[in-house]
Design a protein around this ligand. Structure first.
Ligand code: C2E
Ligand code: CA
Ligand code: CA
Ligand code: CA
Length: 276
C-alpha cells in the first residue's frame, strides 16, 4: 500500500543516513589508526604439502582499535581503497613485514619467506616498484624471501601497466604470486606474459573440492597447467584432511588453511617456525 511504501521510504532514508554516518566515522577512525599504532600483522603459515614443513608465512593485516574488538581487513580494506588510505596503510604493512623478516634472521630463525598482499590501488599506482625498492633498502629485507600477492582481477584491469610493474619488481628479485586464482576469468595462457612465480587457488574452489565435481576438475586443471608452466601452486583455505589428501594426491605444492593453522600473532608463528 501507499502508506506502507511511505514507511519503507522513511525507513530506508534513515537507514542510509545512518550508514553514511558510520562510513564517515569509520573513515576518520581509519585515518587515526596509523598514528595511534592500532594496526598489527598476523601471520599464517604456508606449508609444503609433501613434507608438512612451514616454508613461509602470509602477512595478514589486523586493526585493533582501542577498546573495540579486532576489525577484519574485509571490513576496512574496501574503504581504505576508496579513500586512498590504502597507500600509507599498505606502506606500513610492507615495512612491518620486511622488518619482521630481518628480525627473524637476527633471532636465528633463519630466512623466512614473507608474502604480502598488495591492493589494486597500491599495485596500479605510479610508484609501487620505487616504494618497494626504498623499503628494501631501508629495512635490509632480503628480496629473495619476499613475495608480493596480487589478485588476478588487478592484473586483468590493466595488463600493460601490470606487466611493467611486475617486471620492475621481478628485477629486484622479489617473487610474485597471483592471489584468488580462478575468480577473475583470465586464462592460464594469458598469465604467460607476467613474470610470476606462484598461483594461489582461491578458497572458494577448495571449500567444496570433495563434494563438487566441477570444483575438483577446476583444481585439477589449475594444478596441471600451472605445473606445465613451471609455476608453484598454493591452495588457500584448506580446512579438512579430505581436502588436504586430495591436493596431496594431485601434487599441489603448498597449502594454507585452518587444518594446519589460522593466522596467528608473531610470537606464535615464531614457535611454529622454530620447530619446522
Ligand atoms: P586473502 O589474501 O585471500 O587471504 C586469505 C584469507 O583467508 C585471510 O582472511 C585468512 O585468514 C583466511 N583463511 C585462511 N585460511 C582459511 C581457512 O582454512 N578457512 C577460512 N574460512 N578462511 C581462511 P583475512 O585475514 O580476513 O583477510 C581477508 C582479505 O583481506 C585477504 O584475503 C586480503 O585480500 C585482504 N588483506 C589482508 N591483509 C591485507 C593487507 O595487508 N593488504 C591488503 N591490500 N589486503 C589485505
Ligand atoms: Ca593473499
Ligand atoms: Ca587469496
Ligand atoms: Ca580471497
Amino acid at each position: 500500500s501507499k502508506a506502507k511504501g511511505g514507511n519503507q521510504y522513511a525507513f530506508y532514508t534513515a537507514e542510509m543516513g545512518e550508514q553514511a554516518t558510520q562510513h564517515l566515522r569509520l573513515e576518520g577512525a581509519l585515518q587515526r589508526a596509523l598514528q595511534r599504532d592500532e594496526f598489527l600483522l598476523h601471520y599464517q603459515p604456508v606449508v609444503d604439502i609433501g613434507s608438512g614443513r612451514v616454508t613461509g608465512v602470509e602477512a595478514l593485516l589486523r586493526w585493533q582499535p582501542a577498546g573495540h574488538p579486532m576489525v577484519s581487513p574485509a571490513e576496512f580494506i574496501p574503504l581504505a581503497e576508496e579513500t586512498g588510505l590504502i597507500v600509507p596503510i599498505g606502506d606500513w604493512v610492507l615495512a612491518t613485514a620486511m622488518r619482521q623478516q630481518v628480525a627473524w634472521v637476527r633471532a636465528g630463525i633463519g630466512p623466512v619467506r614473507i608474502s604480502v598482499n598488495l591492493s589494486a590501488r597500491q599495485f596500479l599506482g605510479q610508484d609501487v616498484a620505487q616504494r618497494v625498492a626504498a623499503l628494501l633498502e631501508e629495512t635490509g629485507c632480503d628480496p629473495g624471501y619476499l613475495t608480493l600477492e596480487i589478485t588476478e582481477s588487478v592484473l586483468m584491469e590493466n595488463p600493460a601497466a601490470a606487466t611493467e610493474t611486475m617486471g620492475q619488481l621481478a628485477a629486484m628479485g622479489v617473487q610474485l604470486a597471483i592471489d584468488d586464482f580462478g575468480t577473475g576469468y583470465s586464462s592460464l595462457a594469458s598469465l604467460k606474459r607476467f613474470p610470476i612465480h606462484s598461483l594461489k587457488i582461491d578458497r572458494s574452489f577448495v571449500m567444496d573440492l570433495t563434494q563438487d565435481a566441477d570444483d575438483a576438475a577446476i583444481v585439477n586443471a589449475v594444478i596441471a597447467l600451472a605445473h606445465s608452466m613451471k609455476l608453484n601452486v598454493i591452495a588457500e583455505g584448506v580446512e579438512t584432511n579430505e581436502q588436504l589428501a586430495f591436493l596431496q594426491a594431485r601434487g599441489c605444492d603448498q597449502m594454507q588453511g585452518y587444518c594446519f593453522s589460522r593466522p596467528v600473532e608473531p610470537q606464535r608463528i615464531e614457535a611454529m617456525l622454530r620447530v619446522s
